[in-house]
Every structure is written in C-alpha cells, then in structure tokens.
Design a protein around this ligand. Structure first.
Ligand code: AMP
Ligand code: MG
Length: 493
C-alpha cells in the first residue's frame, strides 16, 4: 500500500487537475489526504464519463487507476482538501463539512470547463465528528445508479465516475463492505457553504462569493449588484431543477441546505427515490417523520433553502438591511413564479400540447387529480398516453379517465399535426423508465450480498436510455402491485 503523501503523483491517464478552491481563505477547507485502504478492487467504471473528462478508461481500470480511485495514490495536479460547510438539517442549523470525502481538485477539460473530482468514503477528515469517514458499498452503488439515471433524464446532477471496494469493512447496523465513490460535479459549493462562510466574517464571505460568481455565473460580475445577481441566478437554476424533479417524480428525501448545490445540480443522493403511484404526499425516507421533504413540498423547501442563502448575502446586497431584505424577497417571490412557469411549460410538453388554449391548465390539473384519486402509477400512466394504443386495463377503464381522455384527445385533434404528432413529441420528454425501487433494490442486493454486479450493470444500461419507448424490457417498467408496502429509504452512510 502506497502512502499518497509520499508517493509521486500519477502522471498517466489524462489527469489534468488543479484545485482552485484550495486557494480560498483557510477556514473554507482543510488540506486532507485520503486515508489509504488495504485492498482496492474495481466494481464500476463509467467509461463514457471518463472519456468526457478526458480520462483514459483503460488506465482508470488498471491497478494504478484503481489506486487513485481508492485514494491510495494521487493523480497529477491534485491538492486534496475537505471542504467546510454548515447547513440547516430538517430546519436546524448545524456545522458540517466533508466528513467522509475529499476533493482532489478540478479536472480541466479542453473547452476550459472545470469539473470537481471528489472521493466519497475516503476516510476521516476534521469534519468527521463521530463518523468513521467511510461509506458502504450499497449506498455508493445507489448514488451511482440514481445520479446517472438523473443525468440520462436530462436533469442536472453530480455524476458518478467509479465505485471501488476498499477491501475493508465498515460497521453500520451490520458489518458491510467499504467502498469509495468517485463523484464529479460542476462544483461542491452548497447553500451550506455560504452559511458557513457568512459566519466566518465579511472577507471570507466575499471571497467565496467572488469565487462562486467567477466559476458559475461570470455574467453576474459585470452587474451593479453581483451578490443580488448571484442569488437571482441561483434561484433561476433551482426553479428549473425543481420543475424537472417534479416532472420526473423524483423525491430527493433530504433537502437540507447543505444538500443544495449553488450550481443547480442535484447533489447528495441519500434516501432519494422515484414515486410510483402519484401522490404529492409521498415520502420514502425513514427519518422524514413529518413529511418535510415530501414529493409535493419540494419546491416550497427549495424556496426556504434559498431564503437561507439570501440571508447569508444580505450584507453584500445592500448595506441598508431593510433594502437588502426587500431585494432578496423579490428574488424569492420570483423563484416561485419561475418554478410555476418552468413546471407548466414541461407539463404542456408531457401532454403534447403545442398551441396554447385557455383550458390547458385545467386539463393538466384534472389529469393529476384523477391520477391521485386512482393511485395511478405516475411514470407508466404518462408513458401509456404516449403510446399509439392505450391499454384497456385498469386504471384506463375508469369512467373518470375516459371522460378526461376524450377531452384531451379532442384538444390534441384541434392542434396542428393532431394526436399522432403530439404523441411523437411526448415520447421525447416522457420517460419510458425510471429507476424502479424494486429493481434498484434487486440490483443492489446482488452486488452487496452475492458479489454480482451484473444486475447493476444491466440496470444502468436500461436507465441510460430512458426515452426508448417500446424498447425497454418489461421487468424494468413494472409498477409495484397495489398493496405493496411503502418503500423505505435510509440515509446513505
Ligand atoms: P449527508 O447525510 O450525506 O448529507 O451527510 C451529512 C453530514 O454527515 C456531512 O457533513 C457528511 O460529511 C457527514 N457524514 C456522513 N456520513 C459520515 C461518515 N460515515 N463519517 C463521517 N462523516 C459522515
Ligand atoms: Mg450531504
């Protein structure tokens, strides 16, 4: 086992790292090497993503590549740090930080883009608190599957480059195999990072603000009020993101402010899952006792998180507190409007409505109301509407559905191209498949209990093409039969 502190950095494999975040003032991070592990073993490698990053998949799959992905060796240009952050967890403020992750640096792409490369499960850091700094195989594979599914659905997300076994065990309720996920992101700057910086004083906050603007929203730098524009640009991205989550039936599960990325990517896949039967009250997370992060509450929670973000920026927005609050409140109000606009635009596409008619919103709303009352499967019901032939089976045999369907069909007939063209377009926005909870569990069980990553690989292949209507094996699309106990998810530690 090599000690990354003393061995030479790996120069092969296409690594072009630089850690600009590590040039920020000290309290925002701590230099931290990954803790070496005893026997790294590759489990999954995302070849397509590696290539996008300019990395050589073959080199990554070799023992020296695996050593990097396990934290036993450092790639060229890396400058590993653990980032400090705070956050509101279920509404309560806490000091946090990367307790089991290190940021190696940013991979510089040919077009000038920088992508964070983070090892998750890489050992203790100064922010580990009581934790062991490690991760178990199941949750890391789960993050890999769901984040890659989100990406394929066109939803901004952190991505997963690889999972390796550490050769060591971790103790949770039972003894489990330890693993490390290599996560990529536009950055790991969270709302909680600003909450931390704001408590460190004006210079630190200013430094983080300038860095974030330069990295994600360079246009804001040229404006009269960069901090206000940063808030506004972040809110606009979150509005679009939340509309995408809601349309995909995605439930993040733990929308704490430390789990909201300022870049607008979905981040921190713990107890997340996709809804089966349509119900805005759906909660999967075993720790979300009051449904704070229920499916339908997510846009409101995003707004709440943005309010915490706004609070950190007030002094930079205006030195008159009341004026600063007024300006920030305008942005937060606009967030809900932007969300509604983004939601409605996609809702129209999902039902194939091209031209606009005054009754459209009622048509969409009535469909959702019916789905809820019928406990219809969210994904499959939309997918069925895209098909040329509608099934005659339940719930499509219900009178309430037939009445709605006649209205919808008449509506499509009135527009150019009629139902045929509408359905073709719908098939490009309505997924035929989502990561079904039972399929995810089945695949994880095979990998974790039987050392067989085959089912995970097969699932990933299917999820990489979610709009492949008619081409997806039925088993991946089957909704849980009525009476199936509610799916439960756990925080992935
Ligand atoms: P999460 O629930 O993954 O968003 O994590 C919340 C906080 O707990 C973050 O600061 C994590 O770094 C930290 N954390 C989670 N699991 C561990 C662990 N096994 N060891 C140390 N810190 C952890
Ligand atoms: Mg987190």
């Amino acid at each position: 086992m090599k000690n990354p502190a003393t061995s030479d950095p790996e120069t092969s494999g296409g690594w072009q790292l630089e850690n600009t975040y590590a040039r920020l003032p000290a309290p925002l991070f701590t230099r931290q090497l990954p803790e070496p592990v005893s026997a790294p073993q590759p489990v999954l490698l995302n070849t397509a993503l590696a290539e996008e990053l300019g990395l050589d998949p073959e080199a990554l799959n070799s023992p020296s590549g695996t050593a990097i992905l396990a934290g036993n060796a450092l790639p060229r240009g890396s400058d590993p740090i653990a980032q400090a952050y705070a956050g509101h967890q279920f509404g309560h403020f806490t000091m946090l930080g990367d307790g089991r992750a290190v940021l190696l640096g940013e991979q510089k792409l040919a077009d000038g883009t920088r992508i964070d490369i983070q090892l998750k499960g890489s050992g203790h850091t100064p922010y580990s608190r009581q934790g062991d700094g490690r991760a178990a195989l199941g949750p890391m594979l789960r993050e890999y599957i769901i984040s890659e599914a989100m990406h394929a659905l066109g939803i901004p997300s952190t991505r997963s480059l690889a999972v390796v076994l550490t050769g060591e065990t971790v103790l949770r309720e039972t003894v489990l195999d330890g693993a490390i996920l290599t996560r990529t992101a536009d950055s790991h700057i969270r709302v909680g990072t600003f909450e931390f910086a704001a408590r460190c004083g004006p210079d630190i906050l200013q430094a983080l603000t300038d860095y974030t603007i330069a990295r994600h929203f360079p246009n804001c730098a040229e404006t009269a009020n960069p901090a206000l524009e940063l808030l506004s640009a972040t809110a606009a991205r979150q509005a679009r993101l939340l509309a995408q989550w809601i349309h995909a039936g995605f439930i993040h599960g733990v929308m704490n402010t430390d789990n909201m990325a300022v870049s607008g990517e979905t981040i921190d896949y713990g107890p997340c899952a996709f809804m089966d039967a349509y119900d805005p009250e759906t909660v999967f997370s075993s720790i979300d006792h009051h449904g704070r992060y229920a499916y339908g509450r997510q846009p409101g929670i995003a707004q709440w998180n943005l309010a915490r973000f706004a609070e950190t920026l007030l002094t930079l927005i205006d030195n008159r507190p009341e004026t600063a609050i007024e300006k920030a409140e305008d942005v937060l109000k606009r967030f809900m409007e932007q969300y509604q606009t983004a939601w409605l635009a996609t809702a129209r596409k999902r039902l194939g409505l091209t031209a606009s008619e005054p009754e459209d919103e009622a048509l969409i709303g009535d469909f959702l109301t019916w789905m809820r009352e019928a406990a219809a499967d969210y994904t499959n019901t939309f997918a069925a509407l895209c098909a040329d032939e509608l099934p005659e089976s339940a719930p499509f045999d219900q009178a309430a559905f037939k009445t709605w369907h006649a209205r919808w069909f008449a509506r499509l007939t009135r527009q150019t191209g009629g139902p045929q063209t509408a359905r073709q377009k719908m098939r490009r926005v309505v997924p035929a498949v989502i990561p079904r909870n039972q399929k995810v569990e089945e695949a994880l069980n095979a990998a974790v209990n039987d050392n067989d990553s085959g089912p995970v690989q097969s699932l990933l292949k299917v999820l990489a093409h979610p709009f492949n209507h008619g081409g997806i094996p039925k088993e991946y699309c089957t909704a849980p039969p009525p009476g199936t106990p509610t799916y439960r998810t756990f925080c992935g530690t």
